[in-house]
Design a protein around this ligand. Sequence first.
Ligand code: PFF
Length: 452
Amino acid sequence: MPATVSIHGQWSTRLAFILAATGSAVGLGNIWRFPYIVGDNGGGAFVLVYLACILLIGLPIMMAEILLGRRGRQSPINTMLTVAREEGLSRGWGLMGWIGVLAGFLILSFYSVIAGWALAYVFKSGSGGFVGLDAEGSSELFGAMLASPEALLAWHTIFMVMTAMVVARGVRSGLERAVTILMPLLVLLLVVLVGYSMAQGEFMAGVQFLFQPDFSALSANAVLLAMGQAFFTLSLGMGAIMVYGSYLSSEASVAKTSGAVVAADTLVALLAGLAIFPILFAAGLSPGQGPGLIFVTLPLAFAEMPMGLYFGTVFFVLLVFAAWTSAISLIEPAVAFLVENLSLTRVFATTLVAMFAWLLGIGALLSLNVWSGYTLFEMGILDLLDYLTANILLPLGGFLIALFVGWRMTERSVQSELRLKLGFVYSLWYFLVRYVAPIAILVVFLRAVGVV
Ligand code: PFF
């Protein structure tokens, strides 16, 4: 029999799990990555594919991850090994856990660099740096930050230390507390920003850009990016949600909790898009700004709106918190594994993982300035890490999870862990996990490399 409680602790309530999983899901992926990828890929059609991926692939895989985590009650590697053993399957499934630990580590390294940008912007806003800013000035401000390796390093370091500190304190005292108040506040502030966009921006142009699909603009690679974004934003395919699931009590409904997390995450991404594009169009900027999009666009709004100094500062503070609660979950699978297998203390394991991710992050931040000449597949280190993880490793992890739960576990174990009434919802979910998700991932992969 698997343990009913993880050695790392357990969430105090189901709501705590929802908040923590939402904390993991909602982060830079929603507010920084979603708008800029949508901007780079032409808007509406991309958003539609993204939403389809969220519903048809993301939601069912999230349920599969949570049910696996809760059944194994350990780090993703050991969870996969344990469940595989129970089901009489190969130890090779532990590989899924390893892919996850690797992906989390790689994501954390550049995630911390971008979160560092947000940290820097807290102080730029707070010190009145956005006052009187126009579009050109805003681009210059952002460019100047990227050009300074010292500044980027300082912010990256601070963020990594912040993350390690929370993770070192453990599941309850650390992870739970960080999310309970800040998530709702972030949503509130986004709503205020959307209100500003409605009043002052080219709101309808923004809405059209986001929701009017033009499929002729959609390449096979864009479909891969949309799917990658769905995985990235929901924290799927690398065991983050699985490890959080392992701290979930046995009674909680996997379907309802997943639905709540997915809904919250999608809401935040769409709100961010609705806030940003109208401001962007009003300023005459092009949507294809790349990773600097929100850092160039939002200061323009804060420069003009009443009390913009305060709103701007609070916004970037909340963005840092959103990134923080996500970064925590990036590191957690690796830390849980080190604690279990090498008997390291939580503090030591966290320090170790954070230190290596920090080192790799230095490579990522140097690729923005000193090393900008070095590229592979036309990408610098930061872009490469982002592309490799979001578009390849996470969907690959998701594919393996879908195969495992859909095809290798017995349906009886799946049902007993899911505890869903055997009706329409269950049948639909099982169909999505067995057929739709793995086939869709495979087809998108093959199309992106030009095989089909
Ligand atoms: N979901 C996070 C975001 O949208 O910012 C990023 C992330 C966290 C990805 C945890 C993957 C993960 F396991």
